[in-house]
Design a protein around this ligand. Sequence first.
Ligand SMILES: [Zn+2]
Length: 393
Amino acid sequence: MKNLSFIFLLFLFFSCKSEKGSKDQGVLDRVLFDTLFPSARLNKVQKIGEHRYTAYVLPSFEPVNQSPWFAFGLRATEKKQIELVLDYGPHKHRYVPKLSTDRVDWKPMDSSKVKIDSLQGRATLFLDVSPKKLYVAAQEIETPQDTYRWMDGLLDRSLEIKKQLAGKTVLDNHNYVLSHESVGSNHAVVLVARQHPPEIPGGTIGFKSFYETLFSDSPEAQRFRNHFNIYAFPLLNPDGVSMGNWRHNAKGVDLNRDWVDFTQPETRAVRRFLNAKAGEGKKFVFAIDFHTSYSGPYLLVLDSINETKTSRITPQWLANIEATSEFEANPRRRNQDLPYCYNYFFNEWGSEAVTYEDGDEVDREIIRKRAQVYARELMKTLLNKKKDGSLTN
Ligand SMILES: [Zn+2]
């Protein structure tokens, strides 16, 4: 991967410079594009005029849904504004570009600086560039290293959480699970996040906020942890994230279509871990799989026929969310035969489960707040169900 990025960088350097007539002009007008970091995605750059460039962004694997992830750095020998066309080939522009100078703080681009050609599916960005590197990405970049740093921070603060190796990925990277085990209780909740690399709003920001709420110091969270085991897979697709993939893992498989056949090491790691926990007597009562959608926020829930066979945690949870907050739950039913993660939990373990979708461009503070409310109301609902003996699992 590193070697490939290096080749891109060299190519971009020469393609920008060779357009100019003289060597001196080339040096003065140089714009350098950087793809030498995890999650970068930029296939080719072409100079198309004075201060004007086209950046070609293509997926690693086809077919793929419309999630054209891009991420690159750029700097210029002097301050100026450039026009940069994002060209996705046959695919269409989706994400409002986000800007950062340190890859930590990100801001969506002002709409006056982005011109969208919806017929061609391209976007033209008007960017102020300078010798200080500017990062441009489809969403805030959250690399595996960023997520692992967050996990290590949790371990420093809480002795209740253990980080375990659940398995390896296609590229032999680690796939971790965070485990909290409650003495004397077999009921367990399972969280899965970031099967799809670009889905940072719900898949990372929402997931982290949800998880941190379960581990807060509130009396309710403490009571919840006394009565429930919590297993979380914070980053199921680290290879895809590092490669800047639009959707797939390193083998070109959409992991959220692999929960019946289990052809990939990432999904098999979850199954193996849960089988082992079930062997120890654990009972999975609820699972959430975190994603992001163009039309989010919403939840994918069980179909109405299967819902009647459950403890009816989901309807109670959603009613509580709507009764106690300004958030709407927006449940959407899906066929239980689809090979999605949340269906696996119901079909294999009889566990209620949802796919949690937030939206591409929803304000990040609202995403965090929604996840806090959903987590608090889930804890209340499960504690009440446990108390009145209505958990069927
Ligand atoms: Zn997704």
